[in-house]
Design a protein around this ligand. Structure first.
Ligand code: GTP
Ligand code: SPV
Ligand code: MN
Length: 600
């Protein structure tokens, strides 16, 4: 046992009594202990050791084909009152949920070991950090939590001997039965229960379950915010760094933006980009009244397909050691990994993600994918060539701009700025994006995804918007400026018009210039847009001023369709919230309608 904290000891004992493991192992985080666990997982086949010369310390893991993504339809927010979960969350009465889950956990770990994982979300000793304890029957979970969090006995130092302010997480892979899979948050009990899955987002309980669903609820009550945002710093040639947070839905480009390589024109001038976080930000006003952000995580659980030396070399280099790969393909010739668009040469001797030995060239030529579209790497942040020197700063970094964005083939322009914080909150609330492989279900369907938090907000989204408005009041004129971007507009042939990736910095530079009051803008019905010539296109092949004009065009009819369209339109979406919709949001929608009508 690593602590004398009675609340922890009592709760762990309760979990042991319920799950009845053969053995209980407390995870202190020592290298010795982790090595023994790695060896055991390799011996049982749970993990595969990759080529230790080319990929030192790297392991491979395959999940069941029915267990490859988050399961939003089986994810619940169990607050006492249904209206506190709101219309966008599945809800069940907490007592009923416990009554349903307890028999499923009863004896579930017979013949297994229960691992007790203490961890800190946020740098140890940070005033913004929070402690969690996850019990699990999965070594894969332990090894991933080691990369993704500050795991081990030092996490208990933060908690102390008497506090019961820790998030309790119970996970069992059970039989990995999709019909009995549940991912359940009890915000009022500081508790998470996950069963019958072994996939990242469902089982690394520090991540989406705690750092977003539980933490968003805590943030509302404690005056801070937990958001699905990357955090990056742009350092200018004078050595000053400005920080930006950006919220994009799952698999919509956060990791890529957070690690971007500046285009030549900026690199040559001496600009640098630093990664503070790629998925989650905890934000709180600092002593100077500005909004500060920490990344509660310690690693990256990133989408593998699409990552290559051109699109995201920093991510690729981050995965060269100490990384766990899940559901990618194996190159049997040298026991390394491969995924779609890593390069143009799928291995001839390949093991595809489900475990079949195939000829990778023929297999992919026939239209099959060797790696699952949601295959992922779990890589330590310290491996990242552009990890920010402020990564472990307990006070976080001051945020100049907040950026919202999604995948929109039409409608949303390349970039626009909100008129003010309230309008910015509205802009976040009306976000929409095409669904991706990060969650089970259809891909490519446009749905509303406010602040990229639809699957992650642990309470009523109407109250969440009110919390955003309240934070704006507290921050006043020190509030970050709020923007919206879209890298995914397509031409008539369905091709992306904007080159994206590193070139997204060109848009971020306009955003920072706006924050510094250095550049004018054009007022449109939806917000402020750049003058086309203010987006720097120097050195970009095939992009002209006309392309930028096209990317910035606001089609009134398609915006009106986005508002009035039945079911998926903004108005229909807002209607679901009834009295919980803040009056300010109603007013903002009305104002947008008027501005569009006048523009027609
Ligand atoms: P989660 O980890 O699921 O929260 O995702 P994320 O937002 O970090 O997404 P990520 O950066 O991993 O990007 C996912 C996919 O979007 C990858 O296939 C990328 O290749 C693609 N992508 C990222 N940035 C861009 C871009 O600027 N343009 C285009 N066209 N595609 C992009
Ligand atoms: C996402 O789906 O937004 C992710 C991956 O970042 S997971 O941890 O599975 O949620
Ligand atoms: Mn994410």
């Amino acid at each position: 046992m690593l602590t004398n904290n009675k609340h922890v000891l009592d709760w762990v004992q309760e979990m042991v009594d319920l799950c009845k493991p053969d053995k209980v192992e407390w995870i202190d985080g020592s290298e010795e202990q982790l090595k023994a666990l790695r060896d055991e997982a390799i011996a049982t086949g749970e993990m595969i050791e990759l080529n230790q010369e080319k990929l030192p310390g790297c392991l491979y893991h395959r999940t069941k084909p029915n267990d490859v993504a988050r399961v939003e339809d089986r994810t619940f927010i169990c607050s006492k009152k249904k209206e506190d979960a709101g219309p966008t969350n599945n809800w069940m009465d907490p007592a009923e949920m416990h009554a349903m889950l307890n028999p499923m956990y009863d004896g579930v770990m017979k013949g297994r070991t229960m691992y007790v994982i203490p961890y800190s979300m946020g740098p140890i000793g940070s005033p913004l950090a929070k402690v969690g304890v996850e019990v699990t029957d999965s070594i894969y979970v332990v090894l991933n939590m080691d990369i993704m969090t500050r795991m081990g006995k030092q996490a208990f130092e933060n908690l102390g001997e008497t506090s019961d302010d820790f998030v309790r997480g119970l996970h069992s892979k059970a039989d990995v039965d999709p019909e009995k899979r549940y991912i359940v948050q009890f915000p009022e009990e500081n508790t998470i229960c996950s069963i019958n899955s072994a996939y990242g987002g469902n089982v690394l309980l520090g991540k989406k379950c705690f750092a977003l669903r539980i933490a968003s609820y805590q943030g509302k009550n404690e005056g801070w915010m937990a958001e699905h945002m990357l955090i990056l710093g742009i350092e200018n040639p004078q050595g000053e760094t400005k920080y930006i947070c950006a919220a994009f839905p799952s698999a919509c480009g956060k990791t890529n933006l957070a690690m971007l390589i500046p285009p030549e024109i900026y690199k040559n001038q001496g600009y640098k980009v630093w990664t503070v976080g790629d998925d989650i930000a905890w934000l709180k006003p600092g002593p100077d009244g500005r909004l500060y952000a920490i990344n509660p995580e310690n690693g990256f659980f990133g989408v593998a397909p699409g990552t290559n030396l051109k699109s995201n070399p920093n991510a690729l280099h981050t995965t060269e050691k100490g990384t766990i790969f899940t559901n990618v393909a194996i190159n049997e010739d040298n026991n390394t990994v491969w995924w779609e668009s890593l390069d143009k040469n799928p291995p001839v001797h390949a093991i595809e993600w489900k475990g079949e030995h195939v000829n990778g060239v023929e297999y992919t030529a026939a239209g099959n994918k060797l790696a699952h579209p949601n295959s992922r790497f779990t890589a330590p942040a310290k491996n990242c060539p552009c990890v920010s020197p402020e990564f472990n700063n307990p006070n976080g970094v001051p945020i100049s701009a907040i950026v919202f964005g999604g995948r929109r083939a039409k409608t949303a322009p390349l970039v626009y700025q909100s008129f003010d914080w309230k309008h910015g909150t509205f802009v976040g609330s009306i976000m929409a994006s095409e669904t991706t492989a990060a969650a089970a279900g259809a891909v490519g369907v446009v749905r509303r995804d406010p602040m990229a938090m639809l699957p992650f907000c642990g309470y009523n989204m109407g109250d969440y918007w009110q919390h955003w408005l309240d934070m704006g009041e507290i921050l006043g004129d020190k509030a970050p400026k709020i923007f919206h971007v879209n890298w995914f507009r397509t031409d008539d042939n369905g091709h992306f018009i904007w080159p994206g990736f590193g070139d997204n910095m060109r848009v971020l530079m306009w955003i920072l210039a706006r924050c510094a009051g250095e550049v004018d803008a054009v007022k449109t019905p939806i917000g402020y847009e750049p003058k086309p010539e203010d987006i720097n296109i120097e050195g970009l092949d095939g992009i002209t001023l006309d392309t930028i004009k096209d990317l910035l065009s606001v089609d009134v009819a398609s915006w009106e369709d986005d508002i009035y369209r039945p079911v998926t339109g903004i108005e229909a979406f807002y209607a679901k919230f009834g009295d919980k919709l803040p009056a300010e949001m109603k007013k903002q929608l009305f104002n947008l309608k008027v501005r569009l009508a006048v523009a027609e």
